[in-house]
Design a protein around this ligand. Structure first.
Ligand SMILES: *[C@@H]1O[C@H](CO)[C@@H](O)[C@H](O)[C@H]1NC(C)=O
Ligand SMILES: *[C@@H]1O[C@H](CO)[C@@H](O)[C@H](O)[C@H]1NC(C)=O
Ligand SMILES: *[C@@H]1O[C@H](CO)[C@@H](O)[C@H](O)[C@H]1NC(C)=O
Ligand SMILES: *[C@@H]1O[C@H](CO)[C@@H](O)[C@H](O)[C@H]1NC(C)=O
Length: 468
């Protein structure tokens, strides 16, 4: 045995000796640990982007969406793996990172499966592109085997961690820090500078079926639902809906696999307290929307399936009497626009006594819903196509042409100042934006445009670090 080792060492010495010059001694470090192939990941990522450029949305609409998903997923995976490698302490941090990576890999696998099935549907695609897709797929599978090894390795660590955690609990320690919540007064991001994208652009699960709708992420998700996305479509007469649909990840939404599926408000559509109009939001595990045939905001608790409602002031315009409009068209039943930002839920509407000008009220989400502070603007609601809130500032959009929408107006609730010259352009994928809402968790704008699902990244002065 010893002799064998010596022979090996001698062989190694001989090899390294041969390959070095006399002046330089080079020692080659051979680690028994397989390190993550960042280079390979980068190549795959480039291929995915390449395919993305080659294939036009007209040619392969679904492919494009899936590739967008991949484009977005791969850098995140790379980043997380890098963090894992750097921070891996063999304890809590390592296990948590690994868990995140496992989830990402399974999402990527879903996307690749979808790519595979779509690829075979689209025979028109050039062989070259198809080959590239296959390469991406193969390489991703290789990357996956890498992870499988890690998972096995980590299982022991996991067990040790569980033991440590139990000990920690019994020892009466409380090591979990509470996240700091942004308050109404402090906006962590500074001024809104620009909107880029689209980042996500997909036909969703029902391509072309429902012109009006909304989608997004819960800014204050319940535990375990952090990566969920929601979708509400006006399934009756383009006006009414009676359910909200959930997807466990963005990839699931893109490939159209809904788990846990529909959560129904009522079996009939429409009926008392079902949804009227597309500008709905999900916040804190509840859906906020204009109640059917009422000048009121409804809150549907997803967990308990109970509804609370909040009457708006007398004179509030409803039932399609004060819609969002542009020159060619008004968007039916858009009297009430629910919105979310860092500080919670808002409602944008108008009243007869305010001559149709935009009004903004904070919705206080206690056990009983109440109307908080109200601000009055000097701009008519019919003159804008949609609104959203970000960092306590109301923004309004107008229709420029079929490919461009402009964020032209803002109202700051802290100063009461109006700005008619915001001048930020949104690149549209479809002429009409039927709902638009800002999500403070990822600083994204979620838009529903003529049945298409689109999102944009909002750029702030101080930058945004979230990518998910
Ligand atoms: C891709 O799809 C084909 C059939 O459409 C199937 O035979 C093949 O196994 C799939 N490949 C992968 C890697 O999923
Ligand atoms: C805003 O973003 C768009 C799209 O990415 C870009 O073309 C434009 O130059 C940006 N504008 C500013 C002022 O940064
Ligand atoms: C939903 O109902 C449950 C049970 O009453 C409650 O704990 C939770 O806070 C409610 N959620 C919302 C958003 O009102
Ligand atoms: C829409 O407006 C933008 C900005 O003014 C302009 O650059 C673009 O050419 C217009 N597109 C069409 C189709 O008119």
């Amino acid at each position: 045995m010893k002799l064998f080792v010596i022979v090996l060492l001698w062989a190694l010495f001989a090899i390294t000796h041969q390959t070095t010059t006399q002046d330089n001694c080079v020692c080659e470090f051979i680690s028994s640990e397989k390190s993550f192939p960042h280079e390979k990941l980068k190549t795959v990522q480039d291929s995915a982007s390449n395919c993305n450029n080659i294939i036009t949305p007209q040619k392969a609409f679904v492919l494009k969406s899936v590739l967008l998903g991949l484009d977005r997923r791969l850098p995140q995976l790379e980043e997380d793996v890098a963090v894992l490698e750097k921070e891996d302490d063999g304890e809590l941090y390592g296990v948590l990172s690994l868990h995140v990576i496992e989830n990402e890999l399974s999402e990527i696998q879903q996307l690749i499966d979808k790519l595979n099935s779509t690829a075979s549907e689209h025979k028109r695609l050039s062989d070259d592109t198809a080959q590239k897709l296959e390469d991406v797929q193969e390489e991703m599978q290789e990357l996956e085997t890498f992870d499988a090894m890690q998972v096995v390795k980590k299982q022991q660590v996991n067990q040790r961690l569980k033991r440590d955690l139990d000990r920690c609990k019994n020892g009466g320690l409380h090591p979990i820090p509470q996240p700091t919540e942004p308050t109404e007064e402090t906006c962590p991001h500074g001024q809104l500078l620009n909107v880029t994208g689209p980042r996500v652009f997909t036909a969703g699960e029902y391509p072309g079926s429902y012109k009006y709708g909304a989608w997004g992420r819960d800014p204050k998700p319940e535990a375990g639902k952090e990566s969920w996305y929601w979708l509400v479509m006006m399934t009756s007469s383009n006006i009414y809906s009676n359910y909200v649909r959930f997807y466990s990840t963005l990839s699931a939404l893109i490939v159209g696999v809904s788990v846990p599926g529909n959560i129904q408000i009522h079996a009939s559509n429409p009926t008392t307290n079902t949804i009227q109009g597309p500008n709905v939001v999900l916040y804190g595990g509840a859906l906020y929307y204009n109640c059917y045939n009422k000048d009121a905001v409804c809150r549907f608790n997803i967990t308990t399936k109970t509804i609370t409602s909040l009457e708006l002031p007398k004179g509030t315009r409803y039932n399609s009497k004060a819609n969002f409009c542009h020159l060619e068209e008004c968007y039916l039943y858009t009297d009430l626009d629910l919105a979310t930002d860092e500080s919670g839920v808002w409602v944008v509407y108008t009243t007869t006594q305010d001559f149709g000008n935009l009004i903004l009220s904070k919705v206080e989400e206690g056990e009983v819903l109440t109307l908080g502070q109200t601000w009055r603007t000097s701009f008519p609601k019919r003159g804008v196509t949609n609104t959203f809130m970000a960092c306590g500032i109301l923004y309004a959009t107008r229709f420029v042409n079929t490919t461009v929408e402009e964020i032209f107006y803002s109202f700051d609730t802290r100063t009461g100042k109006e700005n008619f010259n915001v001048g930020i352009l949104i690149h549209k994928m479809s002429p009409n934006i039927l709902s638009l809402n800002y999500s403070p968790v990822d600083q994204m704008l979620y838009a529903y445009c003529d049945s298409k699902i689109v999102s944009y990244q909002v750029l702030f002065q101080k930058g945004s670090d979230s990518y998910l």
